[in-house]
Write a protein that binds this ligand. Structure first.
Ligand code: AMP
Length: 564
């Protein structure tokens, strides 16, 4: 069995095909969405998901969220005494999803397909694959998120022919894909996006606005707890503005209550630079697909951040029509990945569906070009496979020596769109020994072959001698050796984990602690009393009594939080 995983910036989900129908598996709290948050508590125990999210406010130094944005970078995140790379943190989320799936399916889970933003580059993809391996999973395939969404969307009404655009705005990334379905074929025509633009940036706009209006200046920079509290309030206001015309952002700043009322109009005006950034990838994807917005039959919104009316309004303006959002924006990708797993396993429910995809970024080599003044531009990117080429694809280009009697010629392989290689991502290089001859008289034929799994095969031939060389650039663990992966996997496995059967109690306690810190006066006292009562009931170790008390505590906290 292959499971599907949506490893999101804000939430992650695990899914599978149950009797030919894609379903999402619930976690230990009975929820489909597991917050992508990791925390290390005072005793050095690891907590992930909803419980860790509750700790963000009170323990910002030992809790981390939104680390998907760091994937592919060398950033190190310090949580308490421990240091983690972004792929370690993702591995901890994946491990928790694996445990949830194993609890549901009652057997070990190994093979998975993980979705990634279409716009993730090679380094970000490698980091995702590595995260899977560190979690003890075998990553069969990485699937572009909008392609997953389109797969799920496409199977709903599979006999109709349509061209549609998937607009996917998640917590940290923005992806757009243009697809066509006909005769059971799902063909991706173009993808585009911005892997550093998502709902979290809209929250940040509110954080900055609050800081500016309340004259908090540089003070918040030094105060992680205050910043976490502002972010928490901003996230809540952002979500309220999805259903209300205005919302109040209020909190205690150094013991003084501060309130800011924010209207839809103010929010929209503040977000204008972000809304403008959403336009360019859409326009580029349409151009790459050689379509106009009027040629599309449908625009489908995916991702939690598309709940914002200001985003829906922008989409309506851009496409002169109302977008469809009849599929659950939170689960669509995970359900689509389960469908993809079905395609891989040739599940009979999807036997007539064929999926084609495109490569999201251009792939090329570094070359030198004369600058017209007797010198050289040495960092020029020469594309071999251009972005949005249907994959699998194979293309060849010839490059020549630029100096007399060169003994070697190095093919540097890059991914990206910039004309300067230094702004693109380097994937590898191949050095060939060549016969010494005058400049321009030795040439190399460089063939790039890119397959559906994102593996790039580079073949280089010295045309004058027939010498060949081959380099396979896989989305594997990059330069990390198997021994290294195993060592890191064991290190992560050695972290003390909060027991799964006690996760619900822990969540209730963390939530009550958070609310105790947030509330004042009567409500604070109420939460304090509830906390003491629940803590003493926990000591009884009577599962039934504890379960009932937890339910009562949760209801009381719901009531207090709603009325606060
Ligand atoms: P996803 O990665 O698809 O789970 O999307 C997460 C993003 O959606 C986060 O930035 C959330 O703040 C945002 N989001 C979720 N619900 C809402 C809502 N009701 N209104 C505005 N943004 C939301």
């Amino acid at each position: 069995m292959i499971l599907g995983i949506d490893l999101g910036t804000t939430h992650s989900l695990i899914s599978y095909l149950k009797d030919g129908v894609p379903v999402v598996i619930t976690n230990a709290h009975g929820e489909f969405l597991t917050p992508s948050v990791v925390s290390i508590d005072e005793s050095g125990t690891l907590v992930v998901g909803a419980t860790a999210k509750e700790r963000l406010l009170k323990y910002p130094d030992s809790t981390v969220a939104s680390f998907k944005r760091l994937m592919g970078s060398t950033t190190v995140v310090k949580l308490g005494k421990h240091e983690f790379k972004p792929e370690d943190l993702s591995a901890l989320i994946l491990r928790s999803l694996k445990a949830d799936a194993e609890a549901e399916l009652k057997h070990e889970v190994r093979e998975v397909i993980i979705s990634v933003p279409a716009y993730f580059n090679d380094q970000q993809r490698k980091a995702t694959r590595l995260a899977g391996e560190l979690a003890g999973l075998t990553v069969i395939q990485l699937l572009n998120e909008p392609t997953a969404a389109a797969l799920f969307h496409g199977i709903q009404d599979r006999d109709t022919e349509a061209k549609f655009l998937i607009f996917d705005l998640g917590g940290g990334t923005f992806d757009v894909s243009i697809l066509e379905k006909f005769d059971g074929i799902m063909e991706v025509h173009a993808t585009g996006g911005d892997s550093f633009l998502g709902g979290d940036d809209f929250t940040q706009v509110l954080v900055d606005f609050f800081i500016q209006k309340m004259n908090l200046g540089g003070r918040q920079q030094k105060n992680a707890a205050l910043l976490a509290a502002i972010r928490f309030a901003a996230e809540s206001v952002k979500c309220k503005l999805s259903t209300q015309q205005q919302a109040e952002m209020s909190m205690l700043v150094n013991g003084v209550p501060k309130t800011l009322t924010i209207s839809q109009e103010t929010f929209e005006a503040q977000c204008k630079p972000l809304l403008d950034r959403l336009r360019a990838p859409i326009e580029r994807a349409l151009r790459d697909a050689r379509l106009r917005s009027g040629d599309l039959d449908e625009v489908v919104l995916v991702g939690g951040a598309t709940r914002m009316p200001i985003v829906r309004k922008l989409v309506a303006q851009l496409f002169a029509r109302l977008p469809s959002r009849y599929i659950d924006p939170d689960q669509t990708i995970a359900l689509g990945v389960a469908v993809c797993a079905g395609l891989r396993l040739r599940n009979e429910a999807f036997s007539e569906i064929v999926l084609t995809d495109v490569c999201p970024h251009s792939l090329g080599v570094r070359v030198s070009e004369e600058d017209g003044r007797g010198g050289w531009f040495r960092d020029v990117f020469l594309p071999i496979i251009e972005r949005n080429t249907v994959i699998p694809a194979s293309r060849v280009r010839t490059i020549c020596t630029v100096a007399d009697n060169q003994a070697q010629l190095t093919v540097d392989i890059y991914q990206g769109e910039s004309r300067s290689c230094s702004n693109n991502v380097k994937l590898g290089s191949v050095t060939m020994t060549i016969p010494p001859k005058p400049a321009g008289q030795v040439s190399l034929s460089v063939r790039y072959t890119y397959d559906i799994n994102g593996i790039l095969d580079v073949d280089v031939v010295v045309d004058q001698t027939g010498t060949t060389s081959n380099l396979l650039i896989k989305e594997l663990a990059g330069n990390v050796s198997d021994a290294d992966i195993e060592r890191r996997r064991l290190e992560l496995a050695a972290l003390k984990i909060h027991p799964r059967d006690q996760q619900e109690n822990r969540l209730a306690l963390e939530r009550a602690n958070r609310l105790y810190e947030q509330f004042l006066g009567y409500e604070r006292q109420q939460v304090g009393d509830l906390l003491s009562r629940f803590t003493s009931i926990l000591e009884t170790q009577d599962v039934t009594v504890i379960g009932k008390a937890r339910q009562e505590l949760t209801q009381a906290l719901d009531y207090l939080e709603q009325s606060w």
